[in-house]
Design a protein around this ligand. Sequence first.
Ligand code: T1G
Length: 677
Amino acid sequence: MLGFRGDVAVITIDNPPVNAGSAKVRAGLLEALGALGDRNGIKVAIIIGAGKTFMAGSDIREFGAPLSDPQLPAVIAAIEACPVPVIAAIHGAALGGGFELALGCDYRIAQPGARIGLPEVGLGLVPGAGGTQRLPRLVGMEAALELVVSAKRIDAQRGYDLGAIDALSDGDILDDALAFADTGLAKRPLHAMAIAPFEHAAVKSLSAKLIAKAKGRPAAEKAAHLTLQSLEHDLRDGLEIERAVFQDIRITPEAFAYRYQFFAERQASKNPFDAQAKTIAAVAVVGLGTMGAGIAYCFLRAGYKVIGIEGDQDLLDTGLGRIDALIEKDIAASRITPEAAQSMRENLLGNASIEAAKDADLALEAIFEDLAVKRDLLGRLSAVLSPDALIATNTSYLDIDAMAEAVSHPERFFGLHFFSPAHIMSLLEIVSSTSSSAGAIASGFAIARKLGKQPVFARNSYGFIGNRIYAAYRRQAEFLLEDGAEPPEIDAAMIGFGMALGPFAVSDLSGLDIAWRMRQAQAASRDPKARYVRIADQLCEAGRLGRKTGAGFYDYPNGKPVASPIVTEIIDAERRARAITPRTIGSHEIQARCFGAMVNEAVLLLEEGVALRGSDIDVVLVHGYGFPRWLGGPMWHAAHMEPAALDSAIDLAAQAEGVTFRRGDAATALATLKNQN
Ligand code: T1G
């Protein structure tokens, strides 16, 4: 949309909700720029976004198919060719192609909190419209590399400090851009700028560090190379090389998987019920252990009032100390300002009695994972709270229908399953009991949004979505132990698959006792015919609970994990007791069996209605369990595997489990995903 304010042209991008740079937007921009040439007396042009943001980037939905003209580089070239200086007036976000469009302008003015950056590598892409070529000319090679390869977003204030933003606007962005336009601007295209001199060795090591941090993914490597290469080409050649790399990489399976996850996250974030969320201002968190303190901190950071409750004064003091330590840590890391910390402290009350919860809009329990203890607390809590206050449990696997029986007005009770560490992990399972109301679940989704968490809806099931799939994966890893593989081999194979950590390293990190308690709780109902591995139980009985006790599946002589002869002896003894002749098991079989176990459990969760959709399961596994994002998630990866390879993986896992897997309707579930772009 082209308008005029005196001798200033104002071009407005208007494509709700985030002004994604669709084909229509690109055509509109080109038309508006073309019209400028026919208009006399115009001395400056401003490009601005309508609604809440400048331009969120190119339209990701277009990347799976041939891109229609005009493509973004052509629009940016038209900006650089525009006879008058062009100002990008940025509010909200200028990301990816949005930021590249702004880099094509002669000047950039922004609101200090506006977000800028090149997130492409985080989508398995490289910037495709000049980001790797223009940014080094503006901010220097090191800062450009950091932004391109890390895909991180920065606020415009930081952009201003780096030289990417010319002026900051603390008022109306258009008014301030008009004022800026009146300061005698001249054309200043970036292609005329040279890249400031830099220390080559330092830049090369920075590049290597950034690529390693991105797990060496192809997009990170290519983006780093393109950025470094900007030094060797004039801008025109560099742009052509960059565009060619972008066109190739955007249709790779990895890029498809990343885009799938992007949209899966947003779909999972939508409240599945059409109901009003309750307004929540004050939250009582009962139980301030590691999890409870982290959860309380999440609520404080999001601006809620928090009543921290523990069983006695000592426990309360310790719990409040944990919260304070989290505040101090974030101040030290400049993640929060001292002023924000102060208001958090003012919003935090501690009390050793659950009576203090009486005015809370939501009470959340994060106490010991024992059903009887939780039921007792929930009964007492529901008597203290007002009848319309919500009650949530942070249990990670216990039966929330059994808990709901202890709650008066059980429709207000639901699960808010945080992942440890609660203040860092993004995933939040919103769990419905059979009596949870739509309003309670809607409130859970509203809380997740305010906490900046990634919500996924789940119905009640042992372990909900994530822990149930992870338990199947861990069982399979333990079968592999009995069959002949060693912990380091299994962990290495699963890291080779792409998991952030191997299953035994995870057990040692999170503590073997958590799963041990889960198994003990299940003992009575366990299928006697099902294969059951006792190795982990024996480690727990021997006090080897993981890193926190200095030993688990591994020894930690100097804090580093090493294979343990004690564990080897326990494994050998179990093999003998089972009359299993250990055999060498290759990484391919390890990966296939572990993956097959995950997929089978995932499909069963869909069949049972515990998960609403396969993509939700993928969001859970990527956000909560370190499943490689570049594979999209277990369901997406399964949907795109060779069918024979998938069948073999599930069959291998089933044979090892010793029961016939209810394979579930894998074909339907996976076919649905396969057709998603
Ligand atoms: N393309 C298409 N749809 C998009 C989109 C995009 N770039 N960004 C958001 N949406 C949709 C999203 O799916 C959702 O749809 C709705 O907009 C609101 O999004 C050539 C190659 C800007 C910070 O990576 O980070 O440019 O669910 O819920 O919380 O070099 O959207 O409502 O149907 O996230 O207010 C680079 C991605 C692209 C930025 C706003 N850009 N977007 O957050 O809203 S690649 C990005 C975001 C590129 C060039 C390269 C966020 C946001 P629906 P939302 P939000």
